[in-house]
Design a protein around this ligand. Structure first.
Ligand code: FHN
Length: 422
């Protein structure tokens, strides 16, 4: 007897708490070391490309090491590419021989990773590319209708396998639903029979969250490579590469890695909009994650161990920071001022309508002086001249009630100290 599907507010709850996830792009393409689009970009014929599977052994693959990397980073969930656009499955599939289980590796990497991730306390998401470049019907559905039909049938069968054979799955992360031939959302969902597909997903995994990339809006918005908040209550997640935006799979020579402060700022900005940050790694052909990625993730984890209370389960705040400092996050009556650009021994927050009781720097535990002036200026002083943490600092401000912004019925009044309450 299938369970009933819990209401959205219930299903999305853990996701709103989580705020940080680790994405993994790994596949046959990893062997090329030129990103996950190499097959199409270089127009490698399917049969030639498939031969690569004979070399896909992934000798150093260690699912628990991947999961440990995510957990040490402070990530609360992880999403793995079970199959990307090349069509090669990292799982055992009855409807395809093009899988890691049936070729050289003879392993179900998805199963191993899902188990290890759960053991490490992480929620598990499955990325699945609906499109598969090996089908001519994907590129020319009118001309090759049988191939197009077979492609859709395969997607339905494999999604069913993923939802049946690997225990509880927390996110169904579709991708690759688009095509030059059916670019409007309505036609995309028709092509993939997305309603039927997602009904089955929910039937098999009643608690699951489904993303918005099958042509239907479903549960989660997924801005890519930029942070963009959805409306309050709606789950959303920014996915991003550490290197430049052209590749999610391993690229050997990729010097353009984001710095840890940049990555933390994206995480904080997402949290400030009640959204999540899904940060990608692209493991090397041997299955290990490159040092440039593990070291950044470890640094983020260290930061989160001190500052996580500002991030996990954070809410939006209407308070402004005058743009220089960085955004506020909030939990009930507590505001967290996330400082990207340390102002020195004093920080001034404009237009604060609520009484502040205490201000503490999370990095050091130092309590600062507070003063509330005319027209809502909240002045936090006695801070160190230099930033206590080199990347991002958080000043925790406890308010008397939920912090509100002062309204300015006459926007010019502050010029004469008459702006509002003192
Ligand atoms: O084409 C893919 C790309 O390779 C990568 O998987 C990203 C991740 O969101 N999604 C697609 C582009 O939107």
């Amino acid at each position: 007897m299938p369970e009933t599907i819990p209401p959205y507010e219930q299903r999305i709850k853990w996701f709103h708490e989580a705020r940080f996830g680790m994405f993994i792009h790994f596949g046959l393409y990893s062997l090329f070391e030129r990103g996950e689009w190499v097959m199409l970009n270089e127009r490698i014929p399917a049969r030639e490309y498939a031969r690569l599977a004979r070399r896909f052994r992934v000798k150093k693959f260690d699912a628990s090491a991947w999961a440990a990397t995510a957990a040490a980073a402070g990530a609360k969930y992880t999403v793995i590419t079970t199959r990307h656009h090349e069509g090669f499955c990292l799982f055992d599939s009855k409807v395809s021989d093009f899988t890691s289980a049936k070729t050289a590796a003879k392993r179900d990497f998805v199963g191993e990773y899902a188990d290890a991730a759960r053991k490490a306390g992480l929620k598990v998401g499955f990325y699945y590319s609906l499109l598969d470049w090996r089908f001519p019907g994907y590129f020319e559905p009118q001309k090759y209708p049988d191939s197009a039909r077979a492609l859709v049938e395969q997607a339905h069968a494999q999604v069913r396998e993923l939802m049946t054979n690997y225990g509880k799955i927390d996110i169904m992360w579709y991708d690759g639903g688009w095509s030059a031939k059916w670019d409007e959302a309505a036609r995309m969902s028709d092509f993939w029979r997305a309603k039927e597909l997602n009904d089955e997903v929910r039937h098999l995994q009643p608690h699951i969250l489904v993303n918005n990339r099958s042509g239907l809006g479903e549960d989660l918005d997924t801005p890519e490579q930029h942070v963009k908040a959805s409306e309050p209550g709606r789950g959303w997640e920014t996915c991003m590469t550490m290197g430049d935006s052209c590749g999610w799979g391993y690229i050997r020579n990729n010097p353009n890695m984001k710095t840890v402060p940049q990555l933390l700022q994206h995480l904080v900005t997402a949290a400030a909009g009640e959204g999540n940050f899904l940060l990608n790694v692209g493991p090397k052909p041997d299955g290990t994650i490159r040092k440039e990625e593990t070291s950044r993730l470890a640094e983020m984890g260290k930061w989160l161990s001190k500052h996580g209370e500002a991030i996990y389960g954070s809410q939006r705040s209407s308070l402004s920071t005058g743009m220089i400092a960085g955004p506020w996050t909030r939990k009930g009556n507590v505001g967290y001022l996330n400082v990207f650009r340390w102002p020195g021994d004093e920080a001034v927050i404009p237009l604060v309508a609520t009484k502040a009781m205490r201000a503490t720097i999370l990095e050091t535990g130092q309590e600062c002086r507070i003063r509330q002036e005319h027209n809502g200026r909240l002045v936090i002083s006695g801070m160190p001249k230099r930033p206590p943490h080199p990347y991002v600092n958080v000043i925790k401000v406890e308010f008397e009630g939920e912090p509100r912004t002062l309204e300015e019925p006459d926007a010019s009044k502050w010029l004469t100290r008459q702006g509002g309450q003192s």
